[in-house]
Design a protein around this ligand. Sequence first.
Ligand code: 13P
Ligand code: SF4
Length: 354
Amino acid sequence: MSLAFPVPVRPVIQPPPMVEEVLTDDEREALKSRIKALMKQQDAVLVAHYYTSADLQDLAEETGGCVSDSLEMARFGHAHPAKTLVVAGVKFMGETAKILNPEKRVIMPDLGADCSLDLACPADEFAAFCDAHPDRLSVVYANTSAAVKARADWVVTSGIAAKIVKYLHRQGHKLLWAPDRHLGEYVRRVTGADMILWQGSCVVHEAFKVEALKKLHAQHPDAAVLVHPESPEPVIALADVVGSTTQLIEAVRTLPNPEFIVATDNGIFHKMHAAAPGKLLLEAPTAGTGATCQSCAHCPWMAMNGLKKLAAVLEHGGNEIHIEESIRARARLSIQKMLDFAAAEKAGTIQLGD
Ligand code: 13P
Ligand code: SF4
């Protein structure tokens, strides 16, 4: 395929240093009860991603919120009646909540919680990419800014990307994809769609090492290998299950294997252990020959969320997500298509077949 608009390899995104919150039991309990009281006063609900700390995940569940993948975070926040949505995750998740719920106050423990995929896809460069290919529909991963979503025809998350691309491909559309090249390559492989790929990547998933993974699997031959599709193709090629965070947790719960090797952020282990208490869970290796990872199986932006920051934002205000209305309204359309597609698929009104 000749590219009228060559997509340059994106500059390497430098992740911030990993700073994780460490609390004593007393501090944790004191913070949690303060946060619970403040959330009640402010009619707030907490929506947390599986990669955030165990403390935040537990708090979300104890207070009637939710812990989930990015698709369900969007659905849950939208359906919940609370006036304030507290999003523990990364910025694009907070923005998605605001895009869907403009009337609600959306706050985050740390607005600096970014994502290497979002950072690798500046809106003006993405717009030029689209302008160069007016014959193609643009499909963007949810890990993008509101401005990129506003320009895109469709937004997808990892849990539904292949289904939506397959649907568009069957309708005869040629596609542009941004920003994750590994997820894009995976979706292209499983759907056969004609896709031109942006060249961003996730600093966490790109660090998994294929040779070290083969070695670990040889030592644990009964283990099923679970891989998030933001991982490079040679790692995906070793997978028994490829899926979103929710789909990987479901695999641990339902597969008969006594052991699992998991290639995604290790924050997910909190829910995986709860889903299958007796099973052995092993991190896919990020070290080994040629190891270069700086965010070894844990996202430094997700780690910016913590109980202290959450208490502070509820107590003192600030950290609210604001999106310019014309951008929000356009981004809403492309996200809504995904939510409508997910609902129609669930209801059986869209049949994808094999
Ligand atoms: P999920 O939608 O699978 O939760 O993925 C979000 C993400 O950022 C993974 O790195
Ligand atoms: Fe972004 Fe990767 Fe962190 Fe997910 S794990 S939020 S894709 S940098």
